[in-house]
Design a protein around this ligand. Structure first.
Ligand code: FES
Length: 127
């Protein structure tokens, strides 16, 4: 069902885990299948310096999260907010149509982590 690039990424995913002293954490659920994705990020001067994910999801969720976390490291938070699941799927040279919904998890979890980061920043600023 999956192409070679997806299978290789799934077999050797990058950035699996959880950053304990994270600057932002985002957890989202997939409405279609009920699977869960959590992404944590480290941010310095508005640049994402590290990102890790953990998921209760399928091979497509793991592969797209590996690629998405890899892509956002080094981006500013504004750039990372513009990362789309379509770009991640394109990098992976496509997913089966019934698996496209899985790729949305990483995009949404990154957005949620950045939202959490910004919330914490504004709370700090308010103190
Ligand atoms: Fe749930 Fe892929 S089937 S994330």
């Amino acid at each position: 069902m999956y192409n070679e690039k997806v299978m290789q990424t799934f077999a050797n995913p990058k950035h699996v885990g959880y950053i304990e002293d994270n600057d932002g954490a985002g957890k989202v659920g997939n409405a279609t299948c009920g699977d869960i994705m959590e992404i944590t990020i480290k941010v310095k001067d508005d640049v994402i310096t590290d990102a890790k994910f953990r998921t209760f999801g399928c091979a497509a969720a793991v592969a797209t999260s590996s690629v998405a976390t890899d892509m956002v490291i080094g981006m500013t938070v504004d750039e990372a907010l513009k990362l789309t699941n379509a770009r991640v799927v394109e990098y992976l040279e496509g997913l089966p149509p019934q698996k496209i919904h899985c790729s949305v998890l990483a995009e949404e979890a990154i957005k949620a982590a950045i939202e959490d980061y910004r919330k914490r920043q504004s709370e700090k600023a308010g103190k």
